[in-house]
Design a protein around this ligand. Structure first.
Ligand code: TXA
Ligand code: MG
Length: 323
């Protein structure tokens, strides 16, 4: 494979990114949540290259990204609830899992053989411009090695994938910082498969009802991607830490806990703002992971609003790595 091209998010860079995608190559680009590793979702060969670049287990289905809700509607069968959510939150950090339509062009491999498809219309000018130019559904998992912390900047993408993908488009740091919320709309009642950038409260307000209960995704999930050990730094992780030792890297939130003795510390949001914390989460995990600590010790984070997505990612990071 040739060296990874580093593209600016200007007209030339965007055009080049679209051209490479149209040729069936893998290109990483920013969305409002995290960087995505995109490839033509209609091409099994292109999709296979995503799996191999990420070293991702092939049973894990990918989200197809479209430039508009109208184009997404062609790919799936939308219930009234699914339509209401699409109308309220697209473009934005929401993925809807719906039954595939007769006109769907997303290939089997991108869906990992399922009869449903995950669809998303991202709200980021760079993602949008690229999707409009290629005019194909683009499969894009997070642009990191499988199981590693998601990438929220172009340099983070290269840390994991340099030399393994055709190009990365540098659109700066992503602002939401956690992945999209995934809602399963294949059954009679919509259910939450993955908490993310749109909160449960926002979704339930639009639906006018509670989201259906879904079994914990680690237990033979509908979303096979929700493997328990995911989003994992290499260092061990300790949750709900209230004191921090000298060999530990401290990840703090708000003002309740301090870590004067820790090897290194990072506060996700001094003021206790969950949106700011989500935006900082993955880059903080990468920084602390590189500090050579015995363990990353994480102070408690409230579970309301975006806290649900943050705590979901942290408990996955801790799975298997409990120090
Ligand atoms: O914010 C995001 O969603 C980012 C950006 C790049 O768009 N993408 C992302 O993709 O997080 P990924 O592949 O890391 O996570 C997608 C999740 C997987 O866990 C997968 O199992 C689930 O979506 N998924 C996709 N299609 C599905 C389907 N048909 N049924 C159930 N789950 C599905
Ligand atoms: Mg991911």
């Amino acid at each position: 494979m040739n060296p990874t091209e580093y593209l600016q998010a200007d007209e030339i860079g965007l055009q080049r990114a679209a051209e490479l995608l149209a040729q069936g190559l893998c290109v990483a680009f920013p969305t409002e949540t995290v960087y995505g590793l995109g490839a033509d979702a209609t091409s099994p060969k292109a999709v296979a290259d995503i799996y191999s670049a990420k070293q991702r287990p092939s049973f894990n289905p990918l989200i197809a990204h479209l430039p508009s809700a109208e184009m997404a509607f062609e790919q799936g069968v939308f219930s009234e609830d699914a339509k209401a959510l699409a109308t309220a939150f697209w473009p934005g950090p929401l993925t809807l899992v719906v039954p595939i339509s007769a006109t769907s062009t997303v290939c089997d491999l991108a869906r990992a053989g399922l009869t449903s498809v995950g669809l998303r219309v991202p709200d980021h000018p760079v993602a949008k411009a690229i999707l409009e130019k290629v005019a194909l559904p683009i499969a894009a998992p997070s642009a990191n090695s499988s199981g590693h912390v998601s990438a929220t900047s172009a340099p983070h993408v290269l840390e994991d994938l340099n030399g393994r993908i055709a190009a990365v488009v540098d659109g700066g740091s992503t602002n939401v910082g956690v992945e999209s919320t995934i809602i399963d709309c294949t059954g009679t009642e919509p259910g939450l498969l993955r908490p993310g950038g749109i909160t449960r409260e926002q979704i339930e307000a639009v639906l006018g009802k509670k989201l259906a209960h879904r079994p914990p995704v680690s237990a033979k999930p509908m979303a096979p991607g929700m493997l328990t050990s995911h989003y994992a730094p290499l260092t061990g992780v300790r949750l709900n830490a209230t004191s921090f030792g000298p060999r530990e890297a401290a990840l703090l939130f708000g003002k309740d806990f301090q870590a004067p003795d820790a090897l290194i510390s990072f506060n996700l949001s001094e003021s206790g703002d969950l949106a700011e914390a989500a935006g900082n989460l993955f880059s903080a995990l990468r920084t602390l992971d590189e500090a050579g600590a015995d363990c990353i010790a994480i102070s408690p984070i409230p579970n309301s609003g975006l806290g649900e997505a943050i705590n979901d990612r942290l408990s996955r990071a801790a799975a298997d790595k409990t120090a």
